[in-house]
Structures are given as C-alpha cells and as structure tokens.
Design a protein around this ligand. Structure first.
Ligand code: SF4
Length: 319
C-alpha cells in the first residue's frame, strides 16, 4: 500500500524532525468579503463569528478592524502579545503531547495579508523570532495581497520556509458568484503564479460539493490547481453550518449537500490525478458540534478518515 505524500512527510523530510503548524488567530483582522470592501456577509458557507480570537484576546481589540488602507494601528503591541501568548500555549501542547520539535506559525483565521504592510511585517517578524520556528504559513485571499507584502514574504523565504495558502475553491466563476466569493478564478490563478515565480511555497484550498457543481467540474478545479503549480493541497467537502447564507438555503431546500459516496469518489479521483510532489494537508473537514446543519457524515472525523482509506485501498493508496 502506498502512503499518500502528506505535508507531514514533506516537513519531516525537509527538517529531519517533527514540525507542527501552530494556528494563530489575531484580533483586528477581518476579510474584505465581510467588511463590505468586496462584498458583505462573506462567503455563503462562512460563519464569520467563528473567527473571533479566543486566546490572548483583550477587551481593547473588540470591534477593532484593519484593512489595506488603515493608516495606523494603535493595537499592534496588543496583537504582538496575543501572537506570543497563542504561540506559547499551542506549541507547548504540541511539544509535550505530540513530540513536536519545530514549528511553522500559521496565520489562519480571516485574511492574513489584509492589513497595512507595517503591521504585517511586525507580526511576521515576531513570529519568526520565536524559538524553534522554521517558517510561516499565511492564509489569505488572492484579492487581498499587495506586491509589497508578497515581495517581503519572498525575501523572508530566502532564509525561512514561507507558505501562502490561497482559497481556490472552484475554477468556475459562476460557482464563485453563487457562494459570494467576491473574486474571480483568474485572480487566484494570477496570484498563485506570481507567488510561485517569487519562489514562495503555495497551498491551495479546494472545496467539493459547491452549489450545482458536477464531478467533472470539481475534477477540473483540481486539474487546474495542479497545473498552476501548487505545492500542497487541502481538500474540503462543503458542509453547512448555522447562521450562514448557505444554512438558510439548506433549510429552504435550495441547497443539497454532497453525499459521502460522491465526495469519496471525487476525492479519490483528485488524489489519483495529483502530481506526486504535491503534498496533501487535508483530505476532509467537518465539525462535531451543534452548529453543523448538514451533512451528518461531516460530524465524525475518524469515521471520515476510515471511509477515505477504504475508498483509496482498491487503488493501492492510503492516507
Ligand atoms: S474569504 Fe474566508 S474569511 Fe472571508 S468570508 Fe470567505 S471564508 Fe470567510
């Protein structure tokens, strides 16, 4: 049985030890698709509330939001403290519980290049100064990154391991419109190609089960993303949570989530098509609490992984 090349394999091979991503959630960051710059309400599946920073949050930062045109950031010091508090608590658990030796600081929630350059530079520099940090992974939208920021990340990449994670979701603009994504597929392609040209490492996020998409469309998205040269991939099923536009559509019978069988079918095909050197960071997603409306199979991650391995087995593959 051949083990799929995972991101964990990639990091262990490169750094010779266990490297863990430390997910960070900084207050004051938002998204142009939520604050009204591009659209309001966010992507139809996005529960915006779920992005409120929980660790190291201070009262002062409540209601404070940055954007690309923000002229000043009176809370930068607080944000730097928050970064340090979160990094220390999460990395300590990863060390003691899982034997992590080195860390990649993952700016995870919202759009982590959507702030003035000086703020971003200070946060990235501070993150890279922590002990045993070998690099960064910055999650963002392709319409929210400037050349200045990209160039700075490319400069950091000369000494450290710098990743950018772009939400690709689908290469079909009609689908992106249906989920209120607020940018085109061409825009994602452009910034992925630019990032690659500067030597940065790129992870692409794909969603299967988007409204009205066929299996062929989902596979075309995978195929295009691989052609654009992504180095790593996260595959997600589209699941529906409460307090979202998609949740309303689901309740009114206007959206039917992908079945587990259909998801497994498209996932296995996508993995088989994948160039070997593209590492896999995620093969599914879900949420095990009351906020999940559907599908129910997205509740239990262990069962999902078991079923994924059963679906991969006939092809001599395992995750
Ligand atoms: S881009 Fe991300 S943070 Fe912004 S609305 Fe969409 S899912 Fe939410």
């Amino acid at each position: 049985m051949e083990q799929i090349y995972t991101y964990g394999n990639y990091l262990t091979n490169k750094f010779g030890c266990k490297v863990y991503k430390v997910g960070i959630n900084i207050s004051g960051f938002t998204c142009p698709n939520i604050d009204g710059t591009v659209a309001k309400g966010g992507c139809s599946f996005c529960e915006n509330d779920s992005f409120s920073a929980s660790s190291g949050k201070t009262k002062e930062l409540k209601g404070f939001h940055l954007n690309l045109n923000s002229k000043e950031n009176p809370f930068l010091q607080k944000q730097l403290e928050q970064l340090e508090i979160q990094f220390n608590s999460i990395s300590q658990i990863q060390s003691t519980k899982y034997g992590a030796k080195k860390f990649l600081v993952y700016f995870q929630s919202f759009t982590n290049t959507y702030a003035p350059f000086e703020t971003l530079k200070a946060l990235y520099d501070r993150a890279l100064s922590f002990e045993n940090v070998i690099g960064l992974s910055v999650g963002t939208r392709s319409d929210s990154i400037t050349d200045e920021t990209l160039n700075y990340l490319a400069k950091l990449n000369e000494e450290k391991e710098i990743w950018i994670e772009f939400g690709i979701q689908s290469v079909y603009d009609e689908t992106l419109d249906k989920i209120n994504r607020g940018h085109s597929s061409d825009n994602v392609k452009k910034w992925i190609l630019k990032s690659k040209a500067k030597g940065l490492h790129v992870c692409g996020h794909l969603i299967f089960g988007l409204p009205d998409e066929t299996k062929e469309m989902m596979l075309e998205t995978s195929s295009q993303a691989y052609k654009w040269g992504i180095d790593s991939v996260k595959y997600h099923p589209l699941y529906v949570v409460k307090r979202t536009a998609l949740g309303n559509d689901f309740i009114k019978g206007r959206f039917i989530p992908i079945t587990e069988d259909d998801y497994l079918d498209v996932l296995v095909e996508s993995i088989k098509m994948k160039p070997k050197k593209v590492s896999v960071q995620r093969v599914t997603a879900g949420i095990d609490n009351d906020s999940l409306l559907a599908p129910d199979w997205c509740r239990d991650k262990n069962t999902q992984i078991k079923h994924i391995n059963q679906a991969l087995k006939p092809f001599g593959l395992k995750y």
